[in-house]
Design a protein around this ligand. Structure first.
Ligand SMILES: Nc1ncnc2c1ncn2[C@@H]1O[C@H](COP(=O)(O)OP(=O)(O)OP(=O)(O)O)[C@@H](O)[C@H]1O
Length: 255
């Protein structure tokens, strides 16, 4: 089990003054949601946490060790990132793509073995794309691609999940299935942080929330403390009506 710690972190959003420094820990077993309007810096934060871009200030630590001091392979064995956007590099099938998740676990030139194939197959099955295993990725629909991206990270088997809008392109059933998968990952002792645009998915599935405001302001804490209608209305600049269904708050934008 690994914990992700953010210490006095100022993300580098181009052409924006320094935002509030973030200090928080994503503990094994926790599901964090990052909420904020377009351009608030959610993707920038996730990429900073994954070590893909540097912060303006502060540190990202895994189990107390600065991310910058860990090798890329070591990081890739611990931390998985579901990207918001993806581009086809070279023609590959769905199965070959899922198997890319095993690369951090293989030495240079080592072929994937039976256990790697088994993990990939199980992940494809779990994300409901196993029937597409032989298909070229370029032929997939948006939702099928999204499910493959998550299956690839599941094949990678990281202890820390960073997911950028994991429910993008998904129909209602697959949205629920993916949120249930991420909650299950946490219940098994992994740490999960995801960016979400859907407040209601966040309210139902996340136990902690980080609100990122477009001016760089931020607040974070247990979800029940963050799901305050006035704070959410200010976050999105949008009036909301609130109800409660199944014990979770539900927010609907109103005119
Ligand atoms: N290379 C760049 N040059 C200039 N501005 C950039 C660059 N990369 C990102 N930005 C800006 O940084 C801000 C934060 O972008 P980011 O993708 O992190 O936002 P986000 O909260 O994930 O948005 P969304 O909800 O639209 O996905 C945006 O205003 C974006 O236009």
């Amino acid at each position: 089990m690994n914990r992700l710690e953010i210490r006095e972190l100022v993300i580098d959003v181009p052409e924006r003054r320094d935002g509030q420094a973030l200090t928080l820990s994503v503990e094994p077993g926790q599901v964090w949601g990052v909420l904020g309007p377009n351009g608030a810096g959610k993707t920038t934060l996730l990429h900073t946490l994954a070590g893909l871009r540097g912060p303006r200030a502060g540190q990202v630590l895994i189990d107390g060790r600065p991310l910058a001091m860990l090798g890329r392979r070591q990081v890739a064995r611990i931390l998985g990132l579901v990207f918001q956007e993806r581009h086809d590099g070279f023609p590959a099938t769905v199965r070959e793509t899922a198997l890319i998740g095993r690369h951090p676990w293989l030495s240079a030139w080592q072929m994937e073995g039976g256990e790697d194939l088994r993990l990939a197959e199980a992940a494809l099955e779990r994300l409901d794309v196993v029937h597409l295993a032989e298909r070229l990725v370029s032929t997939l629909s948006g939702g099928e691609r999204q499910r493959l991206a998550i299956a690839t990270v599941l094949t990678q088997a990281p202890q820390i999940w960073l997911a950028d809008e994991p429910t993008n392109h998904l129909d209602l059933h697959h949205q629920s299935a993916v949120m249930a998968l991420l909650a299950e990952q946490a219940a098994e002792g992994r740490a999960v942080m995801m960016c979400l645009h859907d407040l209601n998915l966040a309210a139902r599935w996340c136990d902690h929330l980080l609100l990122l405001y477009p001016d760089g302001e931020a607040c974070w804490g247990p979800a029940r403390n963050m799901l305050v209608p006035a704070a959410l209305e200010r976050l999105y600049g949008q009036r909301l009506a609130t109800a409660e269904i199944d014990g979770a708050p539900v927010f609907v934008p109103v005119r």
